[in-house]
Design a binder for this molecule. Structure first.
Ligand code: NDP
Length: 434
């Protein structure tokens, strides 16, 4: 904390990993002697730069951007870019740190990184977003490459932003390469990359429930968020026969007590993906949906909760509320959506709890498959990519089970942290003192 003052989110993510790997770490003298934990918590490098751009009315704006290249022991740095006014170095360090272990869990050759800017794309025109992206890439292109660092999307960075960023990279480097993932299908993107994080989260949830004699079919599921992850988690959960009763955005949540139907889901998709509107419109459009301003969706009775919006969106009182309302599983689509006290409460009450680094790894896994397809100059079909995604999520679940046995039960937080950490530690050990 002395070395990294004011980096609360980063401290929180390190604390969560350190707390769960520590007993195991102490049993492995070779890692202790090599100071692996101390080394892995320090990024390889952080690049900070100014992004100057022009609004449509000629006003000049300056934002701050970062790329945190955290650890490339297992492969090129890999992790998304986030555009949001709440982005700070601490947020990106926490996301980059998580990404190391998540990418390790996928079994694909990817290191951990993250980046972004304190730029708010909300309310900006397409041309303004384009100028921002082009200006950002004018600096970023020096630091990335298909064998060096491969960024992708995250909050505020979707297909539109990736396309502008990738276009500018090509213009500056004068070559086409798979330097970004999440690209459009017509220029090197992978089938189901858009859906992958949400779908993967549901596949993981299903394995976790099955492992404990339960099934997703017929369960009532509360989902937060209505972005990329939330929408496709909702779609897959509905396809699996679950009743999805909530979605949310930064203004509040919508409640559909009987479960969303496919028409309502499609309305939400067009509203958020294409029109960039507010969810409250759903309550105006459909009589069986209500909107609740300024609150999170964790107060409605549900059996499965899938937080898919942002970090720290389930605090201790939310967790307590969920438990009292009958939740049996919390499966994280977002990164670090639960605070440390909330994680402890879920563990103490023996609620099944899948941490994001395991359950939301489907997105980066398909990004890894996009890199493979780009390198081979081929495109796999939707069915083929989905099959590989399902296999990867099954293997991540198996890794969590193998490493997570604590006091006669499976602690998925411990399993994911040790399962992800071990491979990185082995590689760092093999490289010697670097
Ligand atoms: P999007 O930008 O597509 O959607 C984010 C959603 O969360 C929106 O509905 C947004 O509401 C809501 N939201 C954002 N901030 C807040 C807040 N402070 N309070 C309440 N709601 C909020 O992002 P993604 O779906 O891509 O990402 C969601 C989470 O999943 C993040 O934690 C991300 O790091 C993680 N993740 C994403 C992956 C991906 O492939 N996209 C991969 C792995 C993890 P509004 O519409 O009002 O802005």
């Amino acid at each position: 904390r002395k070395r990294n003052p004011h980096e609360e989110e980063f401290h929180q993510s390190v604390e969560e990993v350190a707390e769960s790997v520590f007993p195991w770490y102490l049993d492995h003298k070779q890692y202790r002697d090599a100071q692996i934990l101390e080394r892995v918590t320090e990024p390889d490098r952080v690049i900070i730069f100014r992004v100057t751009w022009e609004m449509d009315d000629g006003t000049i704006r300056a934002n701050r951007a970062w790329r945190v290249q955290f650890n490339h022991s297992l492969g090129p740095y890999k992790g998304g870019l986030r555009f949001d006014p709440s982005v700070t170095l601490s947020v990106l360090k926490f996301l980059g740190f998580e990404q190391i272990f998540k990418n390790s869990l996928t079994g694909l050759p990817m290191g951990g990184g993250k980046g972004g800017a304190n730029f708010n794309p909300k309310g900006k025109t397409d041309r303004e977003v384009m100028r921002f992206c082009q200006s950002m890439m004018t600096e970023l292109h020096r630091h990335i490459g298909e064998d060096v660092d491969v960024p992708a999307g995250d909050i505020g960075v979707g297909a539109r932003e990736i396309s502008y960023l990738f276009g500018q990279y090509m213009r500056l480097e004068n070559r086409w390469s798979g330097v970004m993932t999440g690209k459009g299908a017509s220029f090197g993107g992978s089938a189901i990359r858009t859906e992958a994080t949400g779908y993967g989260c549901v596949y993981f949830c299903e394995h976790m429930l099955n492992e404990h004699g339960e099934d997703l079919e017929g369960k009532t599921v509360a989902i937060s968020g209505s972005g990329n992850v939330a929408l496709y988690a909702a779609q897959k959960a509905m396809q699996k026969g679950a009743k999805v009763i909530t979605l949310s955005d930064s203004s509040g949540f919508v409640h559909a007590p009987e479960g969303l139907n496919p028409e309502q889901w499609e309305f939400a998709r067009v509203l958020k993906e294409q029109r960039r509107g507010r969810l409250s419109e759903m309550a105006e459009q459909f009589r069986d949906i209500s909107h609740h301003t300024g609150i999170r969706p964790w107060q409605v009775p549900c059996q499965v909760a899938m937080p898919c919006a942002t970090q720290n969106e389930i605090d201790e009182s939310d967790a307590d509320q969920l438990i009292r309302q009958g939740v049996i599983a919390v499966c994280e689509g977002a990164n670090m959506p639960a605070t440390v006290p909330a994680v402890h409460l879920l563990r103490d009450k023996k609620i099944l709890h899948a941490p994001g680094k395991a359950s939301n790894a489907g997105g980066v896994a398909v990004s890894g498959l996009e890199q493979t397809q780009n390198a081979m100059r081929i495109s796999w079909s939707r069915e083929e990519v989905d099959e590989r995604l399902q296999k990867i999520m099954r293997q991540i679940h198996q890794r969590c089970v193998a490493h997570g046995k604590v006091n006669g039960r499976i602690d998925y937080v411990v399993g994911a942290n040790i399962g992800g950490f071990q491979k990185v530690a082995e590689a760092m050990l093999a490289y010697g003192v670097l």
